[in-house]
Ligand binder design. Structure first.
Ligand code: PHE
Length: 336
């Protein structure tokens, strides 16, 4: 049995502090603590011997045992907090997410396919000498209808499925149902000759389905100059279709009716299987529309056309459903 004296305690403390200092993990530290401070540990067995001492000595050594114990406990506590810190750092390092490693996978964004179609259309028309014009999305009845020769009693008003805005007199303010109001705004503000295209958003009460959207995009064309004929209209449409879709695509005009053009036509483009697909409306600007804008129809003539950009994108990329354009599913959009 180890003799109970000052030296024994000093040695025990030194040995314990050594072992604590060299414990590399919290588990190893726990083992050292059990060995020294535990019920069956070395300090406990020394304590047992206190009973065999004289009362004076017992008191003196009792105190020594307690200070030794406190010192060892303090050393263990200090080591525990060191080791916890190390363990925490190791865990953080383990869970660290190096985002720079993903850099190669980051996909660059690009324009939405409708924007791409719109940009290409603008390019084609600018290349043909047109300027790009814009107008507001909220319009008055004058620009959306009246100046375009659609008075309020005109049955054509009903065909536009207009979304009205609750402002001013009933049915006098609306989300524009086509881009034709930009024709009027341009003619009011600009002296002929005029060569413009006006792309932009348009709105109708249509319920979204595979071929309709309540908010869609149109592009309007307007030419006002001297001696303009239906041949110029037909040639312009053919030139733009060939530039946009390719040189083997044919175009044709079919008689139709719009209050703002006379004569009016729908224009179609040929498909690979030989069938025809309707693209938009067009015609010679109605003399009444020119008069409404202060232009003398005896001096100036013109043509206008308009068609849906979204539909054009659907045709060009052979999409099954026009709603794909607004679902904003990145897996779909990435393909274009
Ligand atoms: N604004 C017409 C529509 O939305 C299209 C059109 C434009 C027709 C210009 C003729 C001339 O249906």
């Amino acid at each position: 049995m180890t003799e109970l004296n000052q030296q024994t305690l000093t040695d025990l403390q030194a040995g314990a502090e050594d072992a604590i200092g060299s414990a590399e993990t919290l588990d190893a530290l726990g083992a050292v603590e059990a060995e020294v401070l535990g019920k069956k540990g070395s300090l406990a067995s020394l304590k047992k011997q206190l009973g065999g001492l004289e009362p004076e000595q017992r008191k003196e050594f009792g105190q020594l045992v307690n200070t030794t114990k406190s010192a060892i406990e303090a050393a263990a506590e200090a080591r525990r907090s060191e080791l916890s810190q190390v363990a925490r750092m190791a865990q953080l390092e383990d869970e660290r997410l190096d985002l720079t490693e993903l850099r190669d996978e980051v996909k660059r964004g690009h324009y939405h396919l409708v924007t791409q179609a719109r940009d290409r259309l603008e390019d084609v028309f600018v290349g043909m000498g047109f300027q790009v014009a814009e107008g507001p999305e909220v319009e008055t009845a004058w620009y959306n209808f009246e100046a375009l020769n659609i008075p309020d009693w005109h049955p054509a008003r009903g065909s536009f499925d207009t979304i009205f805005v609750d402002l001013g007199e009933p049915e006098q303010v609306m989300l524009r149902s086509h881009t034709s109001p930009v024709q009027i705004r341009t003619m009011e503000n600009q002296e002929p000759p005029i060569y413009i295209v006006a792309p932009g958003r348009t709105f109708r009460t249509d319920v979204a389905d595979a071929t309709h959207l309540p908010a869609f995009n149109q592009i309007e064309g307007l030419v006002i100059d001297k001696g303009i004929t239906l041949g110029d209209l037909s040639g312009t449409i053919d030139a733009f279709v060939k530039a946009f879709f390719g040189h083997d695509v044919k175009t044709r005009l079919r008689p139709s009716y719009f209050p703002f053009t006379e004569p009016s036509a729908e224009f179609d483009i040929s498909r690979a299987d030989g069938s025809w697909l309707e693209l938009g409306g067009c015609g010679m600007v109605n003399p009444q529309v020119l008069r409404n804008c202060g232009i003398d129809p005896d001096e100036w003539q013109g043509f206008a056309f308009g068609f849906g950009i979204d539909r054009l994108a659907v045709m060009r990329y052979q999409l099954d459903d026009i709603r794909e354009l607004v679902n904003n599913d990145v897996r779909f959009l990435r393909q274009f």
